[in-house]
Structures are given as C-alpha cells and as structure tokens.
Design a protein around this ligand. Structure first.
Ligand code: G3P
Ligand code: CA
Length: 244
C-alpha cells in the first residue's frame, strides 16, 4: 500500500501548512504529499482546503476576495503548534522541491475548482510546475472533470487523477475521456469489485478529521483495503503507518 500525507501531516499539525508539509517530507517511505489549491483575487495560487478562510483562520470570507498579501496576515492555529500562515504554492514548492526532484517524493495537487471554477487556474499551476521541472513528481486531481480535460490539453503527459465519492463515478468520468489515469474515490465508496479495479491505480481518501485514525488509536487495516483494490491511501496521520 502506498501512503500519502493528506494535507501534509494534518492530524498533528495544522493542515495544508509549511509545518505539516515539512513533517511529511521528513517521513521515511512516504509516497507523496497531497494538498489543495485555491486562487486569490490577485491570481496567486494558495494552499488551503476551503473556499473560505473561516474554518482554519481568524478571517472571514472567500479566498477569491483576498489578495495574497491580505491572506498572509491571517493566522492558522491548531493545538499547541506555533501559528502558521496560508502558504503560497510557490512557498510549498520551495520547501519540498529537492525531495520532489531527487528524493522520489510525489506531490498530488488537488485543484479546488468545483465550487468556483477559477478560470485559468490550470495554466497557472501547470506553468509553475514546468518552470521548476517538477512534472515527473506531480499528480493533478480534481472533482471537476472539465478541469482535468483542460490540464490534459495543457500537458498531455501529466498524471491526472479523477476524484469522486464512488469509485464507479470516478470510472464513469475517466471513460468520458477526461484524461485521468488514476481513480481517486472516497475510501467507503468502493462500489466496484477488486476484480473490476484490477490494473487501475486507486488512491482512496478519507474525509475531515477523521475516522479510524482518531481518537481511539485504531489503525486502518491496510491489507483489507488492498484486497478491495485500493493501491494508495491519503492519511492524515501517515506517521503512524510508516517505519524506517
Ligand atoms: O484528494 C483527496 C481528498 O483530499 C479529497 O477530499 O475534501 O479532503 O480535499 P478533501
Ligand atoms: Ca484534498
């Protein structure tokens, strides 16, 4: 089973922050890091899950109505961790670029464009990744099949993952030629058999702050998930599952 850090190591550190990504990048045997991008009023890519800043910061309102420098004044508090900022995508790449180029680490960039389509977002991220020569390390994903089509047109060699709750819906979108090579379903949305999924990359995600990882200490049974046809999992607490 391949293990990804969902929004970085987001169980113990504030999600989608440099701190959470730094912790993830230091884990042995981690396949990759997953993060979410939104677009600001001044068309900068920022790493934040929600369309609004309210849940994770003291601010109010939509990311799209803030400039990057306005967003930078907000604070992200979580537990006893030092306060963090909403990172610009460029900052995250600065932090993990070496690992992406030479350390074998992968990066799943989820475009959060199914609520606001953020026209032009695809060009901005593809351009950024190309300028840094990081194409080989990146997997793009989104719930929005039209956006994947756009990404495919911009970079036909890019690895694309289609998101949906049910794996059958991921498959349906994939067969509609959105360019996806991988299925990214909710882990409880496995409504196809392992046999039907054979040969596919199936990266399953959990939601929110979660699930059997918390708070009982119960571990997910990765062998069972593998038997269902899942090849990769996005975990908030990958550190629990990875060893030297
Ligand atoms: O990309 C997988 C997963 O992150 C999708 O759900 O809500 O955590 O972004 P969400
Ligand atoms: Ca995500």
């Amino acid at each position: 089973m391949k293990i990804w850090a969902h929004r970085g190591c987001s169980q113990n550190y504030p999600e989608n922050t440099l701190l959470a990504f730094e912790k993830a990048a230091s884990l042995p045997n981690l396949t990759g890091i997953e993060l979410d991008i939104q677009l600001t009023k001044d068309r900068e890519l920022v790493v934040i899950h929600d369309e609004r800043v309210d849940r994770t910061t003291e601010g109010i309102g939509f990311v799209k109505d803030y400039t990057l420098s306005e967003l930078k004044k907000l604070h992200i508090y979580a537990g006893s961790n030092p306060s963090q900022e909403i990172p610009a995508m460029e900052e995250v790449l600065d932090l993990i670029e070496k690992k992406l180029k030479r350390g074998g680490l992968k990066l799943n960039i989820e475009l959060k464009n199914s609520v606001y389509p953020y026209p032009g977002m695809e060009e901005i991220i593809v351009d950024m990744i190309h300028k840094r020569g990081l194409q080989q390390a990146v997997v793009y994903s989104t719930f929005y099949a039209k956006s994947l089509e756009q990404l495919y047109m911009l970079d036909p060699a890019a690895e694309l993952g289609i998101l949906d709750s049910k794996v059958s819906d991921c498959m349906y979108k994939m067969r509609g030629n959105c360019g996806a090579a991988a299925l990214h379903p909710f882990w409880r949305g496995l409504d196809l058999t392992a046999q039907q999924l054979e040969g596919y990359t199936v990266r399953a995600w959990m939601t929110g702050h979660l699930y059997p990882e918390k708070p009982t200490g119960t571990l997910l049974n990765l062998t069972e998930l593998e038997q269902k046809g899942i090849t990769d999992v996005f975990l908030n607490e990958p550190e629990k599952y990875l060893y030297d």
